[in-house]
Design a protein around this ligand. Sequence first.
Ligand code: C5P
Length: 224
Amino acid sequence: PVVPDLVGRHVVISAGGTREPLDPVRYLGNRSSGKQGYALTRTAVARGARVTLIEANTGLPDPSGADVVRVGTAVQLREAVLKAASDADVVVMAAAVADFRPAEYAEGKIKKKDGQEPAPIVLVRNPDILAEVSAERATPDQIVVGFAAETDNVLANGREKLLRKGCDLLVVNEVGERKTFGSEENEAVVLAADGGETPVPYGPKEGLADTVWDLVSARFSPQA
Ligand code: C5P
């Protein structure tokens, strides 16, 4: 039986991966499938939340029961997240946000020219949405959750990232062959700012999503 512990809560979830355009036909992107963010959405809806799903380039159909906002770039994702976060009880940043974007966007398709080396691509930093949402919470008891994919020193790097971003919970995945990107399964450790450490064994992304909601729900102060 599903516990309706998110009834009366507004939950904002970002999913997918941003694409940073170079010209009208090309972009810098990443391998995020969006499946973890969709699993978070389905489970939050099942537990009674009002969900705003902000999706970037997943190609997945709208999940039922959620309000869906579709964005492309990190800058667009930031706008949508900050807007939705203004009355949110929880913000979960499951999207893979490009750290950098091309400094310039070419209005016309970039052409190759015979005998010429390609021009270098200059990048500029994108805003860190998770750090910004954590620093500027709409209410003092808003709960902010981040994700981190790490290849080595997973726990130590995760702890450091949790502190740097200022979020309450950080889901740390070890990036591996069959895990994480595009797969239906995941394995992770959820680190909490209060020191908690919850391992989530290898399994469906719904299982990890439910663990996140359990931890979030345990941190809510009683509803007025
Ligand atoms: O720093 P890193 O990209 O590893 O952090 C991952 C977490 O930070 C994810 O929750 C991601 O959604 C978020 N993030 C963000 N804005 C960025 C980069 C990452 O919100 N520019």
